[in-house]
Design a binder for this molecule. Structure first.
Ligand code: SAH
Length: 247
């Protein structure tokens, strides 16, 4: 059955108002008609089975036949802090890590980030990534849409993390592997965790040092150097697998 996203404010009691863009898609592209049943999710975990009702003052409306609190969320809240990578790579990272199950993405402007995103341009890009996250949820049947945080610099990221558990993936770390780390107390039973991935050029020495100073663990993903768009996906998969959510 077709699934669509609906903002919670477009739902009132048992009726929903479908915004023009989705309505056009439903009517013109999919050729769905009054009486057809479609699914909506509102990004908070609620899912609705809706019967299309036709237009009221030019607005397509629907009647909620059934609602369900569907939760396919991992127990571990995994936050991906991703060094900003070039255009399409970043899109792919967001799309795929949302499918795998990250709870939020923090796009981080690192010392070696090739792309500089600031001001309005940064806000626009975050909006776009948020749309990608929403589309990914539609596709993978995830009802809670992960949040894409505003672009921040590395120092602000460290501030945001504060005392919370975090690991930095670093290709020059050769002893401390992710598997062993995940099987050590208390890292095997966390409620939330930040995972830091560098941009194409990796983290600078300074970034590694300040992370270590803050008590962030430096961890390896194994003997091969992965591209930035591979590393987050691989790490998120391994972490959620260890936590019993994947596989
Ligand atoms: N430019 C660097 C590699 C950066 S890879 C170089 O050529 O040496 C991009 C990011 O992926 C890194 O910052 C790190 O966070 C992660 N990464 C890639 N391979 C890794 C590995 N084997 N172990 C840990 N992290 C890795």
């Amino acid at each position: 059955m077709r699934r669509f996203f609906i903002e919670p404010e477009n739902i009132q009691d048992s009726s929903i108002c479908i915004p023009p863009e989705e309505a056009r898609h439903i009517e013109k592209v999919l050729r769905l008609k009054t009486g057809d049943i479609v699914m909506f999710f509102d990004g908070t975990g609620q899912e609705y089975q809706v019967r299309l009702d036709g237009k009221e003052n030019g607005v397509l409306t629907g009647r909620i036949m059934h609602r369900d609190l569907k939760d396919s969320e991992p127990a571990l809240k995994l936050y991906l802090a991703q060094g900003i990578a070039k255009g399409e790579k970043m899109d792919a990272i967001i799309q795929k890590t949302v499918e795998i199950g990250v709870k939020a993405v923090y796009p981080v402007s690192c010392e070696r980030s090739v792309v500089r995103l600031e001001g309005e341009k940064a806000d626009k890009r975050v909006e776009r990534w948020q749309t990608i996250a929403r589309e990914a949820c539609k596709q993978c049947r995830r009802n809670v849409v992960p949040e894409i945080k505003p672009v921040m610099g590395f120092p602000s990221l460290l501030q945001t993390i504060g005392e919370r558990p975090a690991l930095m993936l670093y290709e020059d770390e050769h002893r401390n592997g992710l598997k062993a780390w995940l099987r050590t107390e208390p890292y095997n039973r966390l409620k939330e965790m930040f995972v830091l991935i560098g941009p194409e050029g990796g983290f600078s020495d300074n970034e590694v040092l300040t992370a270590v100073k803050q008590g962030i663990d430096i961890v390896s993903l194994g003997p091969r150097i992965l591209r930035t768009e591979t590393a987050g996906l691989a790490a998120a998969s391994m972490i959620l697998y260890e936590y019993g959510d994947l596989g």
